[in-house]
Design a protein. Structure first.
Length: 303
């Protein structure tokens, strides 16, 4: 599906099928790689990135948390992103930046080299599902969220996503779309690739930072909601509280706000609820530049 695309790999645009490393590269065989993902949206002025500056901050922060160094400066990556968007003619889609050790390493665990970088600019497709509007069903995962004392959960490290894969797999086996992790202390955390929000009695609540990814969409919703007159709380949420929520939605840079219509046996209605709908609309206005107040959240990329 993506075979006609070009991938930016360490300074060059290469065909999709040439974007490879050796199976024994440290990045592949030891999962010592990091990534970040952000959405591209069509606007009258051309393709725009949603909070690319924050995503690039997080990409460098992920490397720092893991004691790694990225081989390229931020300005080079910004140019490379624009080049990738143009080369692949992306209007609506996703950018995925991957930092990885391509060096083959049989027994070495610690490398002195810098991280190589690949940038994937991908157009909207069924697989990405960015424009999917169907509500999401969720259940509690039997797998707990990795504890922050074991690896930095705030780093977007590829290895952390084995945890996510297990939760997603068991949810699918039970007939749900997404499995929600609890922390090892028993509080609600997040989905495999989604932050979680709930509404109770008009108050928007989300798990506090510490055990969850420092999501850029989550941060944006927390900044936006009070401006729409919605009270917000970053707090510990017990599973029973989530089960009794008036509204629930998941968020990430791709879907922005994805309403939940079922949690375990309980069906939520109406979906989307009032606050979910308000936030969905507001974010949509921001990414299409209809709401000028947040124009610094949007960066022009490509031509
Ligand atoms: C574990 C996890 N939580 C939350 C998110 C949402 O993050 P963002 O809003 O930055 O896309 C992601 C997305 O990649 C994720 O992997």
């Amino acid at each position: 599906m993506f075979e006609n695309l070009k991938v930016w790999m360490n300074g060059k645009l290469v065909p999709w099928s040439n974007a490879n490393v050796h199976l024994l590269s440290h990045g592949f065989s030891r999962a010592s790689s990091i990534f970040d993902v952000f959405g591209i949206h069509p606007t009258p002025q051309g393709p725009c990135a949603f909070r690319m500056d924050k995503h690039l901050d997080r990409f460098y922060r992920s490397a720092e948390l893991l004691g790694m160094e990225i081989a390229y400066e931020r300005e080079s990556l910004k140019k490379a992103i624009a080049e990738s968007i143009e080369a692949n003619n992306i209007k609506r889609g996703l950018i995925k930046i991957l930092g990885y050790y391509s060096e083959e390493a049989i027994i070495s665990l610690v490398l002195d080299s810098k991280l190589d970088v690949a940038i994937f600019a991908m157009p909207e497709s069924d697989e990405l599902g960015l424009d999917k509007t169907e509500p999401i069903s969720i259940c509690f995962s039997d797998w707990r969220k990795i504890h922050p004392a074991t690896v930095p959960v705030e780093a977007k490290a590829c290895s952390n996503y084995l945890n996510g894969m297990l939760a997603r797999k068991s949810a699918k086996q039970r007939g749900y779309d997404v499995g929600i992790f609890l922390t090892t202390d028993g509080y609600v955390a997040e989905g495999s690739i989604e932050s979680l929000f709930m509404v109770k009695n008009g108050i928007l609540k989300t798990p506090k930072l510490g055990n969850v990814l420092r999501s850029i969409t989550r941060m944006s919703i927390l900044e936006l909601a009070p401006k729409l007159g919605i009270e917000v709380e970053e707090t510990n949420i017990m599973p029973q509280e989530l089960l009794a929520a008036d509204e629930i939605f998941l968020s990430h840079t791709g879907i922005k706000v994805g309403p939940v219509d079922r949690i375990e046996e309980r069906v939520l209605s109406p979906v989307p609820g009032k606050i979910t709908k308000k936030l969905q609309q507001a974010l949509n206005d921001i990414v299409t530049l209809k709401d000028e107040r947040f124009k610094d959240w949007i960066q022009y990329v490509g031509k």
